[in-house]
Design a binder for this molecule. Structure first.
Ligand SMILES: *Cc1c(COP(=O)(O)O)cnc(C)c1O
Length: 226
């Protein structure tokens, strides 16, 4: 399937999820996760009307970003090693996986003078050991500590739900992330406006939209897997 057809179908499903939950479809940004696919397919996605591109490896992102320097908003969604922070910052517009203070420290050290790095704090809502992220209990105090890093803006919270056959099973995790986000938001920290929720992938984005996602990260259902 072409990206355009996939995108139309995904937008239709997002619209239905919005109707069900009383939300505006314009509030949801589709990030095309291109980690599995070629540069050509990534360009096809941009031509199909995609504005947001997500990559989970700095290396994979470099090639594409350098070939497409002036289009799209670029999201780094994978776990990030401290030694790659400098390259990440120069290539990407958003980081979805801020999960430790040592990473914040590195971002503060490497950021370009005068530039703010937009970050999502990754929360491990399900508590699965294989997943990275801050525990829900520690999220508020982690966000508070990020005040010491003026180069960082806490744009929102991000989570990855467990892989399950029935997306209804992950609804409580998405709901929990939304509650945490609202808790941060109402504290009005200048460094943490925290208005966005990055959650939902190919298998569960409708449920994520119903629970308040503003960025859904879709790979296989949108651009395919190879
Ligand atoms: C791969 C990946 C996605 C997209 O996964 P699909 O199931 O293919 O949509 C979303 N978020 C993260 C963090 C990923 O690594």
């Amino acid at each position: 399937m072409g990206v355009k057809e996939n995108l139309l179908s995904i937008q239709d499903r997002i619209r239905k999820a919005c109707e069900k939950s009383g939300r505006e479809p314009e509030a949801i940004n589709v990030v095309a996760v291109t980690k599995y696919v070629s540069l050509d397919r990534t360009i096809e996605a941009l031509h199909a009307g995609i504005r947001h591109i997500g990559e989970n490896r700095v290396e994979g992102g470099v090639e594409k970003r350098e070939a497409i320097p002036d289009r799209g908003t670029w999201h780094f969604i994978g776990s990030l090693q401290s030694k790659k922070v400098k390259r990440m910052i120069h290539l990407f517009d958003y980081l979805h996986s801020l999960d430790r203070l040592s990473l914040a420290k590195e971002i503060q050290k490497r950021h370009e003078e005068g530039k703010i790095v937009k970050c999502f704090v990754q929360v491990n809502v399900s508590g699965e050991e294989s997943k990275s992220g801050i525990s829900p209990e520690e999220t508020i105090s982690f966000v508070e500590k990020l005040r010491d890093f003026p180069a960082i803006e806490v744009t929102g919270l991000m989570t990855m739900a467990p892989a399950v056959d029935d997306p209804e099973k992950v609804r409580p995790y998405f709901r929990k992330l939304r509650e945490l986000k609202e808790e941060v938001e109402k504290r009005n920290y200048p460094h943490a406006p925290c208005r966005e929720l990055s959650m939902g992938m190919s298998g569960d984005f409708e449920v994520a939209v119903e629970e308040g996602a503003t960025f859904v990260r879709i790979g296989s259902a949108l651009v395919g897997e190879s």
